[in-house]
Design a protein around this ligand. Structure first.
Ligand code: PSU
Ligand code: MN
Length: 300
């Protein structure tokens, strides 16, 4: 396709059947403040390489969906205020405008699909927002995850979202969800959201994915990994903070694609950056886990 540009490093790895892990770029442009955002983007790539896999950060630049970015391109995304938070429905607009598109989980899934990448690591999935019966706010990440065959490793969905409703909705969409070495669904900043999840280990996950490959079941698989114990936040503190941020978003009438970045920025401000450190740590952990799984998958 004319609209995809895969970097040489990523293309060679794919041709040789080597493990490749896709990465999103909204987390760079809207998820973290500069300069921690670029620091994280480089660190995540490094961690994936250390495991013997190849990172493929995805963004829309110069009228192409770019799979595998240069250092300059990552810096550009980290510093450009005009980078657009690009979900799946925004892709043709940004391509035709030749704008800078920082891809969400949904848009990154599509880019990975076009390039033929089987694994994707992110921080937290978008999902069903609180007050959904009023707002109808459900991230396009969920239906997109149901549409493409990709294994997405995350720390679950953030507690800014209605986690039980998100998990239910994934089930409705037919997206399987597995806890990586845990039977507790994680809640991003903390390790336990209070709901169960089917537990899986590396070997059985890879077997399951290989089985899926032999069928025409082309949906995504969500693998959730709890934040490392030493980085976990106090659940009462973070839940109160989230509560306050949600209230503020409500009072200020924040809607649509602004909701998630607004809440993340508020939580950062209220926790004096502690939330950002936790987010950093879990993202690194997810990238490492995805690379380990991808490697096992390619070797089997
Ligand atoms: N979760 C995070 N940080 C983020 C996001 C989610 O911890 O930056 C981003 C992801 O790119 C996700 C998007 O795909 O927010 C979801 O946005 P929305 O709810 O508007 O679909
Ligand atoms: Mn939304």
């Amino acid at each position: 396709m004319n609209y995809v540009k895969v970097s040489d490093e990523v293309q060679v790895a794919l041709n040789e059947g080597k493990p490749v892990v896709a990465l999103e770029s909204t987390i760079i442009s809207h998820g973290f403040p500069y300069p921690q955002n670029v620091e994280l983007a480089f660190k995540v790539e490094e961690v994936i390489r250390e495991q013997g896999a190849v990172p493929a950060t995805i963004a829309i630049l110069d009228g192409k969906i770019c799979v595998g970015l240069s250092e300059d391109e990552i810096n550009l995304l980290g510093k450009s205020p005009e980078a657009y938070k690009a979900s799946i429905h925004d892709i043709p607009m940004i391509l035709s405008n030749k704008g800078i598109g920082a891809t969400t989980v949904a848009a990154t899934i599509y880019g990975a699909h076009l390039a033929g990448i089987r694994f994707f690591a992110t921080g937290g999935l978008g999902g069903v927002h609180y007050g959904v019966t009023e707002s109808n706010d459900i991230s396009a990440d969920l239906p997109t995850l149901a549409k493409y065959k990709i294994c997405v490793v995350s720390a679950g969905v953030k507690s800014i979202l209605d986690i039980p409703k998100t998990v239910e909705y994934l089930e409705t969409l037919g997206v399987p969800c597995y806890g990586y070495e845990t039977d507790k669904y994680p809640s991003f900043y903390t390790r336990d959201a209070g709901i169960p999840v089917e537990k899986i280990n590396k070997e059985s996950l890879v077997k399951l994915l290989k089985t899926q490959d032999q069928m025409d079941l082309n949906y995504g698989v969500s693998v959730v990994v709890p934040i490392p114990e030493e980085d976990e936040l106090d659940s009462e503190m973070i839940n109160n903070t989230i509560e306050e941020a949600l209230q503020e978003a409500n009072e200020k009438n924040i809607t649509g694609k602004k909701v998630t970045p607004f809440l993340l920025a508020k939580i950062k401000e209220k926790t004096k950056g502690v939330s950002v450190n936790a987010n950093f740590a879990l993202m690194i952990n997810n990238a490492k886990t995805a690379a380990i799984i991808a490697k096992e998958y390619c070797e089997k």
